[in-house]
Design a protein around this ligand. Sequence first.
Ligand code: IMP
Ligand code: MG
Length: 177
Amino acid sequence: MESAIERVLISADEIEAHVSEVGKKISKKFAGKDPIFVGVLKGCFIFMADLMRHVNIDCSMDFMAVSSYKGTTSTGAVKINKDLNEDIEGRHVILVEDILDSGVTLHYLMNYLQVRNPASISIVTLMDKPARRKAPVYADWSCFEIPDAFVVGYGLDYNERYRNLPYIGVLKPEIYT
Ligand code: IMP
Ligand code: MG
């Protein structure tokens, strides 16, 4: 598996340090507000599990599953594969994403959830690739700003592989070309 990785972009130690810092900041901002964290599956699963262990306030969690990506290029179309189980009316929603790329997925999700009248919607992302943004979406918290490279690991995949790497790595271009 690791032979497919060109280089380590973010080590497991760096991830841990930044994720814990962001968890503390979110805890401060939402203390007493009982937010609901909404993980965007599948990419969020490792990030959210680690993040939540640094959130020390009352809160709840739910998950959505969306797909917008085939291989390394977005199809531009977003499909909801699993909707929320919880009612978000009047709640402070915090969307938890693995990576903010074109922004198409989160732009769609924010509009999709807004009509249910949450008290607020904010975004926490593990990584942000601002150079690739197409839709007007901004992360309230981003653990890492990264250059325009296709990355895998720590939950992120290429065709469902490499999610179990404990760090973020740049995939060798020959894997997807
Ligand atoms: P967006 O809609 O273009 O912002 O894409 C968001 C989704 O695309 C993310 O949640 C990821 O699932 C996927 N994605 C974008 N960039 C990468 C990458 O570098 N590696 C793996 N998945 C990515
Ligand atoms: Mg994703």
